[in-house]
Design a protein around this ligand. Structure first.
Ligand SMILES: [Fe+2]
Length: 408
């Protein structure tokens, strides 16, 4: 088979986990895969996830002959201190391989431990704001990521998101040296995911796919993953949300979010993620909820810049067919995403998962959030390049249209 290089916009390196173990019962493989890489595993999880699946994973690791050291204090948005504490456990245990159990927070903590294990310096030194992209010099020790959400796609990506509590901000590390070695995707582990987090992580995954597809960094191969991800997630997310025990929907979601992760890590995220990080930090929103609130508004703002791409999104969402022009179909994309978010009752979660300030207070932080969004670099990848003023307007419109009405 020959590859048509004219499809690519120049040289591209497609990264991926070396092995992806997918299917009901995949978790049983964890021990055999991890034991290829050493004798002692650091098992990284939150206390909550460890309570549900910890002993299962521990026993498959031990059955494969591994000694297991546990760090089970991962927080929802892993902090600098979290990563340092987990790294201390790694060093004290003289570990060889990192096994993460959980979603993005556990995986990102595991990646952080790996960075500190293989490189000199403070975790802050590797953020893109200080070290740039590909700013991690040495490859982490092997990471086996046992995924329990669908999902951040972090088991397939070059990204680590870390909360810096000293500044109430999040910073991003991006390097191919942190991509996990093995991704374990067992849909049965996602059945216990609460309905709220099925919505948050599912809409995060859809955002990854949409942003990867429309990014100025997209190309033929990442597009293939993004298209299939949009299709899978949009069709299976409402079913997985409505009935968490639906294994078929859970399997499709796992595959869809994995493909979305593979798409964005080889293309990029864009304006939604750029704006969601500061919004999430200010309002204490879960990452996926922040993205889901922003996604329809940013799609509406961006569609004119790449009508053929947004039209395809609308068609993948079953919101348009071949009988309308690309521009007309593109305009339907944001409404279709809005409808999907409404199906998941996304804004209803603001009551329990957000600290919403008064409008005046919110307006005061809009310039700061806008600056943080611009500094992240993500808005520059957006199909439509936003000005500072347009970004500020989007934040204000979001508050008035989606965030504040939900409080009534
Ligand atoms: Fe995300």
């Amino acid at each position: 088979m020959t590859v048509d290089n004219t499809l690519l916009q120049g040289e591209e390196t497609f990264v991926s986990p070396n092995q992806i173990v997918l299917g009901v019962g995949a978790v049983e493989e964890t021990g055999e895969r991890a034991s290829q890489y050493g004798e002692t595993a650091l098992l990284v999880a939150s206390e909550q996830i460890y309570d549900v699946h910890g002993e299962t994973v521990r026993s498959v690791l031990e059955s494969a002959g591994l000694d297991v050291v546990v760090y089970d204090d991962v927080r929802p948005d892993p902090t600098v201190e979290n990563i340092e504490a987990a790294h201390d456990t790694w060093e004290r245990g003289d570990c060889d391989v990192i096994v993460t159990l959980g979603g993005g927070s556990s995986i990102d903590t595991g990646k952080g431990v790996g960075i500190l294990a293989a490189n000199d310096g403070d975790i802050r030194d590797f953020g893109v704001d200080r070290a740039g992209y590909e700013g991690v010099p040495n490859r982490t020790p092997p990471i086996v990521a046992v995924n329990t959400t669908a999902g951040t796609g972090s088991e397939a990506t070059r990204s680590v998101v870390v909360s810096d509590e000293s500044t109430s901000t999040k910073f991003l590390i991006v390097s191919r040296n942190v991509v996990p070695t093995v991704a374990v995707e067992d849909p049965e582990l996602t059945v216990s995911l609460p309905q709220s987090h099925t919505a948050f992580t599912g809409i995060d995954a859809l955002t990854h796919a949409v942003e990867a597809y429309t990014s100025v960094k997209s190309y033929a191969l990442s597009d293939e993953y993004a298209e299939r991800a949009i299709e899978r997630i949009s069709r299976s997310l409402p079913a997985a949300w409505a009935n968490g025990g639906n294994i078929e929907a859970r399997t499709e979601m796992l595959l869809g979010q994995l493909q979305a992760g593979q798409a964005f890590t080889n293309s990029s995220v864009a304006l939604v993620h750029g704006m969601a990080r500061p919004l999430g930090a200010q309002l204490h929103l879960p990452h996926g909820l922040a993205n889901g609130l922003l996604l329809p508004y940013v799609v509406d703002f961006s569609a004119m810049a790449a009508p053929e791409k947004y039209a395809e999104i609308a068609r993948l969402l079953d919101a348009a067919d071949g009988s309308v022009t690309d521009r007309e179909a593109a305009d339907a994309a944001s409404d279709a995403i809005h409808d999907l978010c409404e199906d998941l009752t996304l804004t209803s979660y603001l009551e329990d998962y957000a600290d919403v300030p008064e409008r005046d207070e919110y307006l005061e932080v809009v310039p700061e959030m806008t600056q943080d969004a611009i500094d992240s670099g993500s808005p520059a990848n957006n199909a439509r390049t936003p000005t500072r003023e347009e970004t500020e307007d989007l934040y204000v419109h979001l508050y008035d249209d989606a965030i504040a009405p939900a409080l009534e």
